[in-house]
Design a protein around this ligand. Structure first.
Ligand SMILES: CSCCC(=O)C(=O)COP(=O)(O)O
Ligand SMILES: [Mg+2]
Length: 227
């Protein structure tokens, strides 16, 4: 088999866009302000608040202003690494309290388990922080799926629409890019992965085709051995 590893996106690929936009983002919007005001002095939070000030160009923003910037970024779905790190911390509280359960499509659960058993190495690449990725799969409606994965990548490896990010990930996985199959619902991500030499497969849950990439509506239709 040519493909030895499968790298998957989350939102719109393994998991419903509606879970992210209608459950996770509203949860963060509701709980982030109190979380930050209570922990602004804690080192891991303070580091992310400093990163927000740097990225927004508002070096003197007080905590209240930083919270307002973060809420704007949630509203515009900005994939800022600092926002994603803070969201992951807030979501952890929600998962631990039993208020959140990760959504993973049943067809994705079945396929990921089968591919793992067949010997493929499975990896995740999402704009959500690695902590958030481990939570969605670790506290999923199907139970703890984290034993299936060999590694996780987030925007600390680069933005998902940039070719260099996929080159970095292939290097971190330790395989030639051509032996990695990337799954995503976003055309620009598939284009960037292909430009890095990865195999690509589009997921269009509502049907349709993603540009020049082979596209399926369900993980049930994927056979990694044909790539
Ligand atoms: C890891 S679950 C949270 C998803 C998230 O915050 C996000 O921005 C989704 O990005 P993706 O790259 O998975 O489309
Ligand atoms: Mg996606």
């Amino acid at each position: 088999m040519t493909v030895k590893a499968i790298l998957t996106d989350i939102e719109g690929t393994t998991s419903a866009v509606s879970f992210v936009f209608d459950v996770l983002f509203p949860y963060a919007r509701e709980h982030l302000p109190a979380f930050i005001h209570a922990r602004a002095g804690v080192a891991e939070v303070a580091a992310q608040l400093a990163a927000v000030r740097a990225e927004s160009g508002e070096a003197d923003a007080d905590t209240q202003r930083v919270v307002a910037i973060l809420l704007e970024w949630i509203a515009t779905d900005r994939k800022a690494t600092s926002l994603k790190a803070l969201q992951g911390m807030v979501w952890q509280q929600g998962y631990e309290a039993g208020e959140l359960k990760g959504h993973v499509y049943p067809d994705a659960v079945v396929a990921l388990r089968r591919w793992k058993a067949e010997g493929y190495a499975l990896y995740v690449y999402s704009s959500g922080s690695i902590q958030a990725q481990k939570l969605i799969f670790g506290c999923s409606e199907a139970g703890d799926l984290t034993p299936l994965f060999s590694g996780y990548f987030d925007t600390t490896s680069g933005a998902k629409r940039e070719t260099a990010s996929y080159e970095r990930i292939a290097s971190a996985i330790g395989l030639p890019a051509g032996e990695i199959l990337f799954l995503s619902d976003v055309l620009q991500e598939l284009d960037a992965a292909r430009a890095a030499g990865m195999r690509t497969l589009g997921l269009a849950r509502e049907g349709g085709v993603l540009g020049g990439h082979e596209t399926v509506a369900s993980f049930a239709a994927i056979d990694p051995s044909v790539f």
